[in-house]
Design a protein around this ligand. Structure first.
Ligand code: HEM
Length: 494
């Protein structure tokens, strides 16, 4: 993929370097402050005193409105040695991070720190490899083929999980509000594993503790950048952000998860061995654990609460339109398929819009492969080879210079004439929505599966219910959505 940004520059008559769009090339404003103390103070601003959005907005304001600025990113001391990044906070500069010719993504998945490889069986998983690394192509090829081959399982597996989830909601709603996240966390783990590999659900194979094992393992990797999980916050900051939690805390959980996947994914591992991918069975197994739990399950755990949140906020008028579209497209009693939801323009638009307003993975990082000139909408900046570039994606996908009413959730945004053109700027999958994952890029190979699951979720909801209401509490990672009432579909109440 090519970006709209430029890496070369020319000079004007006075000898000032100009970017390809004719902006004078400047140094990136902002700074990293006093070593140790400033990264520490910035971490507190980021998590507790300002919050992510305000943290970036205040730095933009401090630097005269520049949307390319030098800032510190958490966790900082003692986990990170170098917290300084060049933050790209508008859609145009952000596009550099999607251009594999310009950024090296080795070890940048989690940002300014790298989790211990002990968490991954001693291997560096695919998502931590750069697109130019030959191992990347070999492993990515396996995952792309897997995602394509399993697409036909997505609808039946999701429909079963949805049924189980909402049977549980219906069974409890008369006695009080029901939290969606807990059910989503449980059922989407079973869904993800079975959709990708078939076989026994983890909750049956490993018991009720399966999800806890998976979430613990995720926390061991992500605790340096997690927040609002422990009270009071000074204790949280000390426990989660200051030192690395040791691997032995999850050694047994990870062994149990790996044993489960060795069996569930045996056919995928056999095929890859026969195809002589150059990746050992053991390395691929640990990669598949990462793909299923971190990439896929981790994503669904965040994405679906955001989707339901926006539906709840939109209210009965949108619900009625969605119900009409879904019920007109799928005869009552028949299974909803991926091709059915592909014929539902409003459902599709709602899902893309949720992914635009709340990209589930908000942070992207990469190191400049060479000296670059990065253009924002109004200026151009010089960045040096090896510098860490960072993008806060919500600010790119809610850029008012690209989308009208960019900060609003507009359900029909991608239905109206020409609306689908905006999909090039919907980049939740680390690439454009009209682009494709490939062995040589870093785009998410689960993209089509994710979009299909979002559409199935909306379609199933409004086939089953006429409308619903929920309380929403916004938290840094995923909103907590609690159903307060659900009205069964009028047709099913007759
Ligand atoms: C809502 C769910 C999902 C979200 C939000 C999501 C998001 C992403 C993002 C943002 C990246 C790029 C990370 C980066 O380099 O900065 C990525 C990469 C990846 N995703 Fe997904 N993903 C989801 C589901 C899935 C699924 C279902 C699969 C299974 C096939 C998958 C497999 C991967 C893999 C293997 C990578 C690494 C690709 C590479 O390094 O080239 N993801 N995903």
């Amino acid at each position: 993929m090519t970006s709209k940004t430029a890496s070369s520059s020319v000079a004007d008559e006075a000898g000032t370097k100009l970017s390809p769009s004719g902006f004078p090339v400047k140094e990136v404003p902002g700074g990293y402050g006093v070593p140790f103390f400033s990264p520490l103070k910035d971490r507190l601003d980021y998590y507790y005193l300002q919050g992510a959005e305000e943290y970036f907005r205040s730095r933009i304001a401090r630097n005269g409105g520049a949307t390319v600025v030098r800032v510190n990113m958490p966790p900082g001391p003692f986990i990170t040695r170098d917290s300084g990044v060049v933050a790209l906070l508008d859609a145009r500069s952000f596009a550099v991070l999607l251009d594999d010719a310009k950024v090296d993504k080795t070890d940048t998945l989690d940002g300014t720190f790298m989790p211990s490889l002990k968490l991954f069986g001693g291997y560096r998983p695919l998502a931590f490899l750069d697109a130019a690394d030959p191992r990347h192509a070999a492993i990515k090829g396996v995952v792309i083929r897997l995602a394509v081959a399993r697409m036909h399982q997505v609808a039946p597996t999701f429909n079963a999980s949805f049924g189980a989830m909402f049977d549980a909601v219906d069974a409890s709603i008369d006695s009080g509000p029901v939290q969606f996240n807990k059910l989503n966390q449980h059922h989407m783990f079973d869904f993800t594993c079975c959709a990708l590999f078939g076989g026994t659900q983890p909750s049956k194979a490993m018991g009720d503790g399966a999800v806890t094992k998976a979430v613990k393992w995720l926390l061991l990797q992500l605790h340096p950048i997690a927040s609002k999980v422990i009270k009071p916050w000074p204790l949280e900051d000390l426990l989660l952000h200051t030192f690395r939690l040791p691997f032995f805390l999850v050694r047994r959980d990870y062994a149990a998860l790996t044993a489960y996947f060795a069996e569930a994914a045996a056919a995928v591992l056999d095929d890859a061995e026969k195809a002589q991918t150059g990746i050992s069975r053991d390395e691929l197994l640990h990669n598949l654990v990462f793909v299923a739990i971190f990439n896929a399950y981790g994503g669904f755990k965040i994405f679906l609460p955001h989707l339901v949140k926006w539906l709840a906020r939109a209210g009965p008028a949108l619900h009625a339109r969605l119900a009409e579209e879904v019920r007109a497209a799928v005869p009552n009693g028949s299974e909803i398929t991926v091709s059915d939801v592909d014929k539902m323009p409003l459902v599709k638009s709602v899902v893309w819009e949720a992914l635009r307003v709340n990209p589930p993975v908000e942070f992207q990082y990469g190191r400049a492969r060479q000296d670059l000139v990065i253009e924002s909408h109004d200026a151009a900046y010089r960045v040096r080879k090896g510098e860490m570039l960072f993008g806060y994606q919500p600010m790119a996908t809610r850029d008012g210079r690209v989308f009208k009413d960019a900060g609003e959730f507009v359900p029909e945004r991608f239905v109206v004439a020409g609306g689908e053109r905006g999909l090039g700027n919907v980049v939740w999958s680390n690439g454009a929505e009209d682009g494709e994952a490939a062995e040589g890029n870093k785009q998410c190979p689960g993209k089509d599966m994710v979009v299909a699951v979002g559409r199935l979720m909306v379609a199933q909801l409004f086939r089953r219910y006429d409308t619903f209401a929920a309380d929403v509490k916004d938290l840094p990672l995923e909103p907590i959505v609690t159903f307060t009432s659900l009205t069964k579909a009028s047709s099913s109440r007759e």
